[in-house]
Design a protein around this ligand. Structure first.
Ligand code: FAD
Length: 390
């Protein structure tokens, strides 16, 4: 079947067919396994509505919006505080952030050996601040339709686009600003595709399923939204492969040797996959950017814009959307950090240091994008046929 999007993904180094093939054959299966491992399924996050721009608008209380936190008994052994092992699991409730689920500040340094406490220069949150943090089991809180819509959701996207990165296409945009726009648009496409792929079709019977019309209306109708999704996928993939040596040697210890060995081996399979290296060795070429005299100044400007986008995630009224918004923006911030803030490229001579949570965000983001690319590839033609009658 002919591919609707052909040729090279704009600003990238691989074509659409290759991306689809690699994704279905190699990346998607490994990523799906990886995100289930204990190391990658617990994300540490501050879930309070803590918006620096607007007051809480009460959207947190939507039923499908609440996040199930982890009771302590559910953490892998070495994630726990030494004196609080084995709490009964029947205190498990699916509800908003509870103070008692806050994480001991000292937990990270005790439990996550080998991981540094380091802040991400691209994000608004201080990643080293562990107060009011909660662990969320991402497997129990899938990104999907939540009912979060209307002016509350709209003003976030409007702020993201109009305040932080001017509308595209604008010919006068320089390459770097265009890339920031494409990353945000690609993430937005991915979120819409997850809503479409896991949608509440019938509230009365609680029936969930695909909503192909929604995918068509929000994403497929606009070819550049699909292109931006592929672009974002390749950008994050490049960051992961660029950090391969670091990620390969990182510590994935959660106190469960069988699971932890599996995590390590899945990471290796992803990072050094011969098929990936043969078909798409350089998914994105970051060396092309920040050239010229204005480079450093431009980078600072874009970093500040991305930080604002990161701060806006605290204004997302729906808790589950906020969780995935924060995770994915941290994942993008981590990709930006890997590609642009280390190894002398910002003349700081820094070597790469990632925090455990950044790696969790990065790999979960890559998995989400991989799911979206697969869904578009597999269901896109059916959606177009349904709507356009092709
Ligand atoms: P929206 O998706 O709100 O889009 C607003 C406008 O942005 C569109 O009219 C269009 O002009 C432009 N636009 C849309 N897509 C793109 C694109 N890819 N590139 C460029 N421009 C674009 N809802 C859920 O049900 N589940 C979730 O998990 C979820 N997570 C969210 C996370 C965040 C960070 C935010 C801000 C919102 C989230 N939402 C979620 C809400 C969801 O994204 C939509 O806002 C909501 O469903 C209403 O959709 P809409 O049709 O009004 O268009």
């Amino acid at each position: 079947q002919e591919h609707r999007y052909s040729g090279i993904v704009e600003d990238c180094c691989c074509d659409y067919e290759t991306v689809d093939h690699l994704n279905v054959e190699v990346l998607h299966p490994s990523l799906q396994e990886l995100v289930k491992t204990p190391f990658f399924r617990y994300f540490k996050v501050k879930l309070w509505c803590n918006c620096p721009f607007w007051p809480d608008d009460g959207m947190c209380r939507l039923r499908d919006c609440s996040v199930c936190e982890c009771p302590e008994s559910e953490f892998p052994e070495s994630f726990k505080k030494p004196y609080h092992r084995g709490l009964p699991s029947d205190d498990f409730k699916c509800q908003e952030g509870k103070p008692q689920a806050a994480v001991d500040r000292t937990l990270d340094s005790k439990a996550f050996r080998g991981w540094t406490e380091t802040d991400n220069p691209w994000t608004y949150d201080d990643e080293t601040d562990n107060s009011e943090m909660t662990y969320v089991n991402l497997q129990l809180n899938p990104e999907r339709y939540t009912g979060y819509t209307g002016p509350s959701a709209r003003r976030i996207w409007d702020a993201v686009y109009s305040e932080n990165c001017p509308k595209y296409p604008a010919e006068e945009l320089c390459q770097e600003e265009k890339i920031l726009y494409k990353l945000i648009s690609g993430l937005h496409s991915s979120i819409s595709i997850h809503i479409a792929s896991d949608y509440l079709l019938d509230e009365a019977t609680n029936l969930w399923g695909h909503n192909l019309k929604l995918m068509y209306d929000r994403v497929l109708r606009y070819p550049n939204r699909v292109e931006n999704l592929y672009f974002t996928f390749l950008f994050v993939l490049r960051a992961v492969t660029k950090a391969a040596d670091y990620l390969e040697q990182a510590e994935y210890d959660t106190g469960n040797p069988t699971e932890d060995l599996k995590t390590q081996s899945l990471m290796r399979q992803l990072l050094y996959n011969p098929k990936l290296q043969a078909a798409c060795p350089l998914p994105f070429d970051e060396a092309k950017l920040w050239k010229g005299q204005k480079g450093p100044e431009l980078k600072q400007k874009i970093q500040a814009q991305f930080k604002n986008i990161s701060a806006l995630m605290d204004c997302v009224g729906c808790e589950k959307c906020r969780l995935w918004g924060k995770l994915q923006v941290l994942g993008l911030g981590t990709a930006l950090k890997i590609l642009f803030s280390v190894n002398g490229e910002d003349h700081s001579g820094q070597t790469l240091q990632l925090q455990r949570n950044e790696v969790i965000a990065l790999m979960n983001l890559l998995n989400r994008l991989s799911e979206s690319v697969k869904f578009v590839h597999e269901m896109g033609p059916a959606a177009e046929k349904l709507i356009e009658g092709k």
